[in-house]
Ligand binder design. Sequence first.
Ligand code: ADP
Ligand code: ZN
Length: 515
Amino acid sequence: MPAPKDLLATVFGFSAFRPGQEEIVDAVLAGRNVLAIMPTGGGKSLCFQLPALCRDGVTVVISPLIALMRDQVRALREVGVEAGALTSGNTEEETEGVFQALDEGRIKLLYMAPERLASAAPLLRRINVTLIAVDEAHCVSQWGHDFRPDYLRIGELRRTLGVPLAAFTATADEETRGEIVTRLFDGVAPESFLRGFDRPNIHLAFAVKDKPRDQILSFAASRKGQSGIVYCATRAKTETLAQALREAGHSACHYHGGMEAEDRRRVEVRFQQEDGLIVVATIAFGMGIDKPDIRWVAHADLPKSIEGYYQEIGRAGRDGAAAETLTLYGPDDIRLRRSQIDEGAAPMDRKEADHARLNALLGLAEAAACRRQVLLGYFGETAQPCGNCDLCDRPAELFDATEAVRKALSAILRTGEYFGSGHLIDILTGTSTAKVRERGHDQLPTFAVGRDLSKPAWGAVFRQMMGRDLVRPDPERYGALRMTEAARPILRGEAAITLRRDTIQSAGSRPVVKS
Ligand code: ADP
Ligand code: ZN
């Protein structure tokens, strides 16, 4: 058997394994069942391609993405590896060619779309399959976003063939992992690997929105001439922000799904070829982008989930050189993201899962210490304080907010969970507006009990309460805040809570404390 390390160099032309790859390759070669969780771009394919070359027989690779399968087959053939694919994208000749090569025992890797599994069972029993590799294994989970019913056949295939199975995914949450183990491995835990989520060269930073356009402009100003991406939540904003960047002397253009395919293509090509272009985009931009020297990624609005955040910032610094990120967020973002979830068509438990993913991101935004620890912790990895995030650069100032939060909760409850933070803050600070007087809220026992904090400070308290999911906007009544179960222990005086004093990013990236 050729040594994996030699094949790494001679076949693939790589001088070393990436984090996690060698352990996974060893376990697969030893014939153990494996579940490997690695980020997108972490180098998963090598972890089954290399063992496939070392072992006798055929490795069947199941993947949901036809284009990706074809790319991999082409790349393998280019380096002299016998590979073929059976997908609905094949011509008849291609399929014939694959069958023939299989009969002659010439194929090492057989890629197959999940829909093919049902009809291919006799074929798979006939040829000498020695390993099953499952790419995007989270597709077997009804919990996640990409459920593929045909993936449910894979467990049966594994049992019938009696060969080891190696499953790969970038999806981290416990529920999805649990379903993968149940459905692919009959509930018998495989050897699991979770590696490579850290991107140490990417600087992480969040800032509360405060004149967000200026914040993005000043972030870009100190990075003039570098390639960067600004992600926005809406198409309209990509256009206005790109315009503002151009007026500030940058080379910038917008990109979103509403543009003609040809125009989008033009932006992609320019970005790939030019130095120092800024693309202001919705999340439609990124999938096909393979530019190693993107020096920065900014979010003008809060991303949808922690997974989305990770993927979007992960486009920076692929070359390993220092890269910077900045994510802006505010109470309106939280409201927008919550209402998008609530108003979506997903079933109830999926909505709760999406709220939880959003909560994870908000937890990162409002983190008290090293952001990388929080981020990697979400993906299941442990880490030391990184020294390369805004909170390592400058720790957040914390305060015991138990009393403030209890006052805020009581203001919410005494007004029937019917109002947004603006009105609640008026009540707490004893601001006698017309609305306050009309509703008789100046007669409430909570009126003016929060005079010790300024209005912006109360704004920060409410935002963080939303961030911790202690209160949620009522989907039926835009802006009105309701208390969640998570807040009950604090209201009852059974739990304390620490919050951050607001830090607001100003010109450049020097944080300024606002009280
Ligand atoms: P994914 O985990 O998203 O499936 P891929 O397997 O496509 O990622 O790998 C991402 C990129 O990393 C590919 O271009 C691949 O050639 C490259 N790569 C994988 N392993 C190594 C390695 N050990 N050294 C250098 N490059 C690698
Ligand atoms: Zn850090």
